[in-house]
Design a protein around this ligand. Sequence first.
Ligand code: ASP
Ligand code: MG
Length: 458
Amino acid sequence: MNAVASLSENSPFVIAKFGGTSVANYAAMNKSADVVLSNKNVRVVVLSASAGITNLLVELSEGCDADKRNELLQKVQDIQYAIIDNLQHAEVIREEINRLLENIAHLADSASLATSDALTDEMVSHGELMSTLLFVEILRERGANSHWFDVRKVMKTNSSFGRAEPGLQQLKESAQHLLLPRLQNDLIITQGFIGQDSKARTTTLGRGGSDYTAALLAEVLNLSRVDIWTDVPGIYTTDPRVVPAAQRIDEIAFDEAAEMATFGAKILHPATLLPAVRAGIPVFVGSSKEPEAGGTLVCDRTENPPQYRALTLRRKQTLLTLHSLKMLHARGFLAEIFTILLRHNISVDLITTSEVSVALTLDTTGSTSTNGSLLTNALMTELSALCRVEVEENLALVAIIGNKLSQVNGLGKQIFGALESFNIRMISYGASNHNMCLLVPGDNAEEIVRTLHSNLFE
Ligand code: ASP
Ligand code: MG
């Protein structure tokens, strides 16, 4: 145990995670292989499914007629075969992929009879299983000593299919037992996103969960850095597709980046930073297509954090307004509402209250792999028994992320002055020094982000 402990304390090793676009096809996989092979400290590689595969598998798991099934299956096969066709020794790997494609076809047949969240997770896990098999083969052809590892051997989770939570202690024990001793000599390729419950059923950590897998493994293996390789060279002041003038952030603190992820910056899965913060492991974000462009380092603290750091945008927000005269001078109304929401496993995002009503948005981060709506009939029935419920859809959440915001004079004027020609549906500010959140009509959201960016950042 001591040898293991001392190795882990000083581990120089790095974990590298590649997202779907970085393993989308043969060329992208080779670029990613370049990145892996250029840093001899990379010893664990975590992959997403090839771009597009997870969506196709989710669709197959929702049940469809035979024609549609064949069409979707064909698309999955085409994406993976396009990679295999470029390999020098394609025979063995093609057989392995074919076996997984057969599984997918069987699962799709079952789904057309009856769907379930467990089936969906089993189905979608095949995306990561395939991408990792293919990547191992590419690395081998390039002479690297790479090994495929089934992450489900260590990533034990609860049974919340579609949004499963790993058990940290168990992960730590099994990873230190099965993976740590191998890091000295091997290059391990494994799956992000997937896990396994105590009954050996496949689970998933929620869409985009591969980042989270990488950070968790880095934590329990005491690695020195998590490299997240994607298709943008770092984290920007806002989404460059919305605002071309957005600037890359070279260094950002964990808490700022966590706010960004929580409030919709697509760059990191919102849970990713929890393990990194717990273990104090820096996270680097860069583009596997242009690694030389550098990226963003997310770390403990940065020099001179700016007042305004970034703007994020989260679409498709739902606002619930609950009215009840019972709330007038009453006690416990919010407790009753929260009890109902808890029973439905829903977490509240923003909240404002008035004399007889409370408005809240539902937290859709870490949303399930199964596309289910949070506003179920059962939930609405229970809430309606307590109060009058109003639902507004097609809203968007714009978050202004910064530092020491509550200590700034004139913040309101800066922000709302810039937005004087827009309607703002709800404001949430004060709980955190790091953000001000605005709920706005979905159709104006991008315009609002552009306006704020040019006023606060340019
Ligand atoms: N393949 C999964 C998804 O598309 C997990 C990931 O990409 O991180 O959500
Ligand atoms: Mg992804």
